[in-house]
Design a protein around this ligand. Sequence first.
Ligand SMILES: Cc1cc2nc3c(=O)[nH]c(=O)nc-3n(C[C@H](O)[C@H](O)[C@H](O)COP(=O)(O)OP(=O)(O)OC[C@H]3O[C@@H](n4cnc5c(N)ncnc54)[C@H](O)[C@@H]3O)c2cc1C
Ligand code: FES
Length: 403
Amino acid sequence: MSWVVSSASALQQAAPKPELTEEPHPAVPATARQAPLCLPFHPEEAVMSPAATFPKTLNPAESPMSGGAAGSHPIELQPGGKRYAAAPGQTLLDAGLAAGLCLPYQCRTGDCGTCKARVLAGEVEHLPASYPLEKAGDCLLCRCQARGPVTLACDEVPGVAGLPLRKLAVRVTTIERPAADVAILHLQPPAGQPLEYLAGQYVDVLLRDGRRRSYSLATAPGKAEQLELHIRHLPGGAFTDHVFGRLKAREMLRLEGPFGTFYLRDSEAPMILLASGTGFAPIKALVEQARRAGLRRKAVLYWGARRREDLYHHALAQQWARELPWFRYVPVLSDANADWSGRRGLVHRAVLEDFADLSGYEVYACGAPQMVDAARRDFAAEAGLAAERFYADAFVTAAPAAA
Ligand SMILES: Cc1cc2nc3c(=O)[nH]c(=O)nc-3n(C[C@H](O)[C@H](O)[C@H](O)COP(=O)(O)OP(=O)(O)OC[C@H]3O[C@@H](n4cnc5c(N)ncnc54)[C@H](O)[C@@H]3O)c2cc1C
Ligand code: FES
């Protein structure tokens, strides 16, 4: 199956059901946890099966900073002048991450636009992507390759440095079902090898047939060794059918992570936390992180769902609102029963009803791509939100309507 395809949708279609069977914990070398900056793997772990992902090894002799492997192209970032090398067939994102650079990215499939950069000099080949590029000269780092030396206008992302990307096998300890179509998986990493990540980041579940599915980590790191994923059932979906049909406690899953540059920025600005459905998961991690760090930034959580029962952690959000003086919670239902006395309609429109001016705010938005896109557009156009203060984690799936 080729990975040079247009979107997550294409990646996830027309492949056989994954075979997920129990496997032993692998021994993850201790050195894997000490890898510098954003290096994706310890070399011995670097076994990404699809062709268009990270390189198998990063041989010091082939260091991007020292000129790169034969046939590779030099890439320069402006401002700053950092340089790395991209091998033929390697995306500019994968090459940059392999070189330890903290480039902006989220979906890695050409759907979200987070990795958009400007080509200042040189020529790139664009791979198919669903995110529209409006200006000539723009590119998506996750969906383009160098054809020669390239200079890019692209700022690195502060804050994600120092987190090694790892593969690990985890044991499913418990499976909660807080709603008919939501499962909460609690996952135990190998003893003494907790995953290092930032609240808001996500992991990929690696399926045996080479496909992967992304899920946000729902707890702040360090709270407990266990990882938590909130998974919504998409009937007919390769992985979620397995979760809701056959997955049992004590089974093993293979993960890779942490991924993404969605995390709590160091700022005093008040926050709008915007979630739809299981988009609550990374928001939960952010709130836990803020609470533990003793932050007192004002935050309002708008959580959108169709019906009351879809707000599967309503009581928890209400509890936060009671306990945290800086936190408010506004649930919004689009298809509520007559007995619902709360807000109705589209969740991002509820924010605009309450905030005519968002210019001093930061927004953290997670969940259905349509909700995220609409919020990004309308918050900027109608309430003056600065584009660079909108942070998003869009749950791109094969069925875009169903996050
Ligand atoms: C960064 C990121 C973070 C995410 N975090 C979360 C999270 O925390 N929680 C969460 O619930 N989800 C999350 N997602 C979405 C998640 O990764 C999966 O896409 C989702 O769970 C569906 O996986 P699946 O294998 O069950 O479905 P897929 O096999 O990918 O199918 C998805 C849907 O498309 C339909 N479909 C598949 N193939 C076809 C076809 N050929 N024709 C028509 N329909 C088809 C299926 O029936 C199903 O309804 C995230 C996505 C991203 C990109
Ligand atoms: S479009 Fe490149 S990371 Fe999303």
